[in-house]
Design a protein. Structure first.
Length: 207
């Protein structure tokens, strides 16, 4: 094969390879754009379901788009606000606990008067058959928080029974419920500290 023919062949192969790469990149971009919308929609549905589990009742606003960011020791927290006739009646936010297997992510709904409307676990790595009883599919333990507040039970009773509190622990897995109880109490304290901001009732000039 002479030099001219070789150059022509190499140019053809380069052009072919470039065309394949271009087509592949375009296909991947299109697939990413298409599936990205589906993933975003699925995420929104999951989030709405999580919010509804800890927020009983009817509200007339879109919680996903009525939010406020508030700083906490664990970082900025997104607070979802539920309204009726324009007034914030309840809020939902995440709080972080620590169990035997690591971080426990909780979501909790709180009414404007500081009463717990519900608590659910979004993620955890606790031992199956022991610590996973924090999941409502495994037991009704998590429902014990419904209706509680910082004053009910008293502050020194916000603990598992082994520590002198009112909440049940699990046989062989005290660390897990202890972590959740602390997380929920911390969440109520977070609400009490930033209640005015969460409810949109901050006075002008306040920080």
């Amino acid at each position: 094969m002479n030099l001219a023919a070789l150059r022509a062949k190499l140019s053809y192969q380069t052009l072919l390879l470039g065309s394949v790469v271009l087509l592949t990149s375009g296909a991947l971009a299109l697939a990413s754009r298409t599936t990205g919308d589906d993933i975003q929609a699925a995420t929104a549905r999951d989030l709405k379901q999580s919010l509804s589990q800890v927020l009983p009742g009817q509200y007339d606003n879109d919680l996903l788009h009525d939010t406020i960011q508030i700083a906490s020791p664990d970082g900025d927290v997104t607070v979802y606000r539920a309204r009726r006739a324009g007034r914030v009646e309840a809020v939902v936010f995440q709080t972080l606990g620590h169990g035997y297997g690591g971080a426990i992510v909780c979501v909790m709904g709180v009414s404007r008067d500081g009463t717990l409307l519900g608590v659910r676990i979004l993620s955890h790595k606790e031992t199956p058959g022991l610590g996973d009883k924090i999941d409502p599919a495994k037991s009704r333990w998590i429902y014990a928080f419904d209706g509680k507040s910082l004053g009910d039970p008293p502050a020194d009773k916000w603990a598992v029974k082994k520590d002198g509190g009112v909440f049940d622990q699990f046989s062989g897995a005290t660390i897990t419920p202890r972590g959740v109880v602390r997380a929920v109490k911390n969440g109520l304290e977070f609400f009490a500290r930033d209640k005015a901001r969460m409810l949109g009732e901050m006075k002008e000039g306040s920080t």
